[in-house]
Write a protein that binds this ligand. Structure first.
Ligand code: NAD
Length: 374
């Protein structure tokens, strides 16, 4: 197969400048190892600092047009945003609101305790924790439907509306069932404790009407997936159970804002935010980005863990492999996943978040070295 794929790379803010180059290095190595032809476009600059540095006229390199984002087979970005610019920048960092405009409705955020990583939960060993937070990505609190009342220069009232639709609930829940079936992005299919393929539906029904709808739609869809066990947990209770019995969970589907919060918590559950990769996936488009932010506390020090960015890019290749029917891309993801595990298991090259003293670059080099077709 000689197909080539266009992959667009965007940098971002803070540690993005350190972790994105490691992902690019990895993509180069993956091409050789798996016989892929990837046309990497960029990396292009964008972000809060870029915006401030360009007289607040443009938040991205002019080469990055909306058309370019749609033309790419897939794309990835480092984290974006810096606290010093919060609410001070008048416009967006990108030409579009990517999640809505590209309709990438599924935010897939795995949480796996990997070999060589000490758990923050007592007594948990690698393989004991292996679940996916599946966050709905286009509805709920982040749709910016609302407004504010400003009188005499003072903002007195702000309203955000919480939106859930039948279409939005149904497609993300179906995505969750399919993820549980495929075992994609997991170390092993099923929940670690009992091997059951399980979809946990989590929200705050009984209080929020949108969440009543979310649960009701899951109940409607449940009979269509008899091979996957369906489980229901209030989101507040789930934040407790995720810590107390993480091995019970396989795929956990939840509305947007809950997923945002629970996936950060899951960053801790897997040992470091620096291990937390993710993709924003739709039926036609996908972009990858780490779960975490720009980590200003360590930016510029060369010590950020690039695993999150590397895994995100690997997951993106798997999505593309599914969409284009190209097994090489899916094998490449499994190869990247295994290479990360090999480096972590050896405990020789480790960034400070995992108790080591290696640099971002040294870790990225070690993953490239460990990459071999499986
Ligand atoms: P953060 O996720 O950047 O950092 C939280 C903690 O995790 C910090 O201690 C940081 O050092 C650590 N951490 C994060 N990534 C790491 C890595 N790869 N290796 C080692 N340690 C890592 O959260 P924050 O400080 O609240 O946010 C900083 C900025 O990022 C804010 O401006 C926020 O708006 C933005 N942000 C962007 C995104 C995104 O682009 N998707 C997501 C979240 C936050």
């Amino acid at each position: 197969m000689s197909r080539s794929y266009k992959v667009l790379a965007l940098v971002g803010d803070g540690i993005a400048h350190e972790i994105v180059p490691e992902a690019l290095k990895l993509l180069e190595a993956v091409q050789g190892a798996y016989g892929l032809d990837l046309e990497v476009m960029g990396p292009y600059e964008f972000g809060a600092k870029y915006y401030a540095d360009h007289d607040m006229r443009s938040g991205w390199d002019p080469a990055v047009t909306r058309e370019l984002l749609f033309e790419a087979d897939c794309w990835f970005k480092g984290p974006v945003g810096l606290p010093e610019y919060l609410n001070r920048l008048p416009g967006p960092y990108l030409p579009i609101n990517q999640r809505l405009d590209m309709d990438v409705y599924a935010n897939v955020r795995p949480c796996r305790l990997r070999p060589g990583v000490d758990s923050v939960l007592v007594g948990r060993e690698p393989g004991d924790i292996d679940y996916i937070v599946l966050r709905e990505n286009t509805e709920h609190m982040y749709v910016r439907v609302g407004g504010q009342l400003t009188r005499g220069g003072e903002t007195e009232l702000a309203v955000d509306n919480y939106i859930q639709t039948r279409k939005g609930c149904e497609r993300i829940i179906r995505y969750g069932y399919e993820l549980a079936r495929s075992g994609d992005y997991k170390g092993r299919a099923g929940a670690p404790d009992d091997g059951a393929r399980r979809l946990t539906c989590s929200a705050k029904w009984g209080i929020c009407r949108g969440d009543n709808l979310f649960k009701a739609i899951c109940e409607e869809l449940e009979p269509g997936y008899p091979d996957v066990e369906t489980d229901y947990a209030w989101i507040d209770a789930w934040s407790y159970w995720a810590i107390m019995r993480p091995g019970y969970y396989d795929v956990v589907v939840m509305p947007n804002q809950y997923g945002d919060i629970m996936s950060d918590m899951s960053g801790a559950v897997q040992g470091s935010m620096g291990l937390a990769g993710s993709i924003n996936a739709g039926d036609r488009h996908c972009y990858a980005e780490p779960t975490h932010g720009s980590a200003p506390d360590i930016a510029g020090m060369g010590i950020a863990n690039p695993t999150s960015m590397i895994l995100s890019v690997g997951m993106m290749l798997n999505w593309l492999g599914d969409k284009r029917g190209d097994q090489r891309l899916k094998d490449a993801w499994r190869g990247v996943d295994a290479a990360v595990d090999r480096v972590l298991a050896a405990r020789r090259v480790r960034t400070p978040d995992l108790g080591g003293s290696s640099s971002t670059e040294e870790f990225g080099d070690a993953v490239v070295e460990a990459l071999a077709p499986t």
